[in-house]
Design a protein around this ligand. Sequence first.
Ligand SMILES: Nc1nc2c(ncn2[C@@H]2O[C@H](COP(=O)(O)OP(=O)(O)OP(=O)(O)O)[C@@H](O)[C@H]2O)c(=O)[nH]1
Ligand SMILES: [Mg+2]
Length: 289
Amino acid sequence: MRFAQIVVGPAGSGKSTYCSNMQQHAMDGKRNIQVVNLDPAAEHFNYTPLTDIRELIHLDDAMEDEELHYGPNGGLIFCLEFLIENQDWLKAQLCGGDDELMLGEPDDDYILFDMPGQIELFTHLKMGKQLVELLESWNFRTCVVFCLDSQFMVDGAKFISGTMAALSVMANMEQPHVNVLTKVDLLSAEARKQLELYLEPDTHNLMGELTIGTGFGEKYRKLTEAIGSLIEDFSLVRFFPLNIDDEESLSDLLLQIDSILQYGEDADVQVRDFDEPEVNENDDCVPDM
Ligand SMILES: Nc1nc2c(ncn2[C@@H]2O[C@H](COP(=O)(O)OP(=O)(O)OP(=O)(O)O)[C@@H](O)[C@H]2O)c(=O)[nH]1
Ligand SMILES: [Mg+2]
């Protein structure tokens, strides 16, 4: 069994940064996590990818082609369609073209897929889902990691819209799903306090906040209330505030995703391959779940 995090989220939400910091964090803990870049428009990231879609197709190929003549957005979608059509290329990259390797190589059995910031790939187009199905057929267990900039989550209306975006991805991808709030280090103390209200949201209060005093709020009160109860009914929508520079925050999140992926047992076996750090007898080295 192999494991994959499909890292998605709006443009600039911090996906590539998440991938590189998570990989580094794992490496510091002597654990091997690889990153695959599937963003054909990527220009810069801080990790060395295991595989890079730009070796197959670059956004410029779709935009500069005499016949295709795509703009940046259509071009990106074209590139992802092209990837799915050329799935053998991806399979060769991930499985070395050797079917036996699909059973899991210890060196690359845990992979983060850094996806493009075009959210419609995952909300209503079929490529996101097709990618997951391919990975599953190659023996991966997958989890979607949805990154959202926390700066856009500090008032009622933005919270609703961010949550709806997360829900759309969940509904379309039909995968285990974790929502990560990025860039919390950029929030002011006041904004952080405000954010806490939304982490365990009481949707009714939020709706109250949203409907008071604005023309839109009054007019669409029923609609916002309906959206509120929808979010509540889907109480699956929870956000993990990630402080990217804080090792503890990274390890809490990784632990949560590992347990969703049921990575635990395999991890035990792997960890014992390395030299154990000296532990104080009284130390509790197993983090709380
Ligand atoms: N301060 C701070 N900056 C961050 C954090 N995460 C990302 N950034 C910055 O936000 C910008 C965008 O980050 P990326 O990781 O490239 O975002 P992305 O989602 O991969 O962007 P696209 O691939 O273009 O959609 C970069 O300048 C990052 O340095 C964070 O947690 N804190
Ligand atoms: Mg990126």
